[in-house]
Design a protein around this ligand. Structure first.
Ligand code: FAD
Length: 373
């Protein structure tokens, strides 16, 4: 076997950033990836000239200028601004909740009128302590918005009734008293022109990095641990330890992608279905991430269905409640005590609901710790 300094398990943003930075410092890196392609969940693939976000809509947004400059080394970003629209039983509302939403919902026109209406609606919970997600949402925003824009979507996302979900899941429901449909509050956002995969491709392009796809770490776990001086593991930390302390919880998703013979199917990249009856939560029309670029007679849409997670399914979202976070801490402790040569990183290795900018930041902090000690 060739001599490597690091084995990186997983070619997502965390693993690729670590590999790139290690190679920059002259280290030899082997990257293994169990899927048949690199880039983890940010993988995009061109179909009919359209960049398809294979694992759900990905919009890069950050307030951290250093992270923005860092990612811009690897791609040119367009000026895409995320402004999803909610479809509730055929009526369309702008998101996040802002003056456009309130005007459509109640006919109010000024911020004062909107606040008066919200406060009137919140009265229902006056003096009561919210006992579940439904009560919490009503205490924050009132019943109309809760029932039309929060309830069905949230119940589908979690696979549970809002009255059975804990109140803490919704700590805040941001209300914007301007006619501004920009979903994120961050200063910087966009989509890489030509998709996300190029970012990881460029990160892994060094001669010092070898990449093998279609390889599962667990197929030869002992051999890998014995032969590599150091391992960066970006898979599930509980799976690494064979679930010996118990299973962490995840939510999964099922994506249904379809090519349609029309130029423009829904007029927006992201439409949320906020009623309980529609089984999917979102429909993504990929060409709108790049302002309609691609074949004029075709479009690609993806329906996103939330799903429970069982062993063997893709673990898209960690469920960061108290119980899981406590269990994760026990796994992190076990890692420290038993696996000094393994660095656990990324969404699954650190069991955190990281966005892309946060995962880049976490990878760079890890690099700093590893090479400047
Ligand atoms: P991953 O991308 O999951 O990479 C881990 C890799 O490790 C995977 O490729 C996996 O196959 C591989 N792996 C796991 N186990 C093994 C094993 N045993 N052997 C070999 N390989 C293994 N972020 C944003 O900033 N904006 C968004 O709009 C946004 N939207 C999102 C939408 C969805 C539906 C999801 C799921 C996430 C979204 N994110 C978004 C978050 C973003 O995807 C993550 O922050 C980022 O991809 C995490 O990178 P990672 O390297 O930690 O994990």
């Amino acid at each position: 076997m060739e001599k490597y300094d690091y084995l990186v398990v997983g070619s997502g943003l965390f693993g690729a950033t670590f590999a790139y930075e290690a190679a920059k410092r002259g280290k030899r890196v082997k990257v293994i990836e169990k899927r048949d392609h690199i880039a983890g969940n940010i993988y995009t693939k061109e179909v009919d000239g359209i960049q398809v976000h294979q694992y759900g809509a990905h919009i890069f947004h950050t307030s951290n200028k250093e992270i923005w400059d860092y990612v811009n080394q690897f791609a040119t970003f367009n000026r895409y601004t995320n402004s999803p629209v909610a479809n509730y039983k055929g009526t369309m509302y702008n998101l996040p909740f802002n003056m456009n939403t309130f005007n459509k919902m109640w006919g109010v026109r000024t911020p004062q009128e909107a606040m008066d209406k919200i406060n009137e609606q919140r009265q229902e919970m006056a003096g009561k302590t919210p006992q579940n997600l439904e009560e919490q949402a009503i205490s924050l925003i009132g019943r109309d918005i809760y029932e039309k824009l929060v309830k069905g979507y949230t119940e589908k996302q979690w696979g549970q009734k809002a009255t059975e979900l804990p109140a803490f899941i919704i700590r805040r429901l941001p209300v914007r008293l301007t006619y501004d449909n920009n979903y994120f509050n961050d200063d910087l956002q966009g989509i890489p022109v030509g998709g996300y995969t190029q970012i990881v491709e460029k990160m892994l392009a060094s001669d010092l990095i070898d990449v093998e796809t279609g390889v599962d770490f667990f197929a030869k776990r002992e051999e890998y641990l014995a032969n590599y001086p150091k391992v960066v593991f970006t898979g599930m930390i509980d799976e690494f330890f064979d679930y010996q302390l118990g299973e962490l919880q995840y939510r999964s998703l099922r994506f249904e992608t379809e090519e349609l013979d029309v130029d423009n199917y829904q007029g927006n990249a992201v439409i949320n279905y906020t009623d309980a009856e529609t089984p999917y939560t979102r429909v993504i029309e990929h060409k709108h991430f790049e302002f309609g670029k691609g074949d004029k007679d075709k479009t690609i849409v993806t329906r996103e269905y939330p799903a429970d997670w069982h062993r063997g399914d893709e673990p898209y979202y960690p469920v960061n409640n108290q119980q899981n976070n406590d269990l994760y801490k026990q796994y992190a402790k076990l890692a420290q005590e038993k696996e000094a040569n393994v660095i656990f990183g990324g969404r699954l290795g650190q069991y955190r609901y990281y966005d892309m900018d946060q995962v880049l930041h976490a990878a760079l902090v890890c690099v700093e710790k590893e090479f400047n000690k």
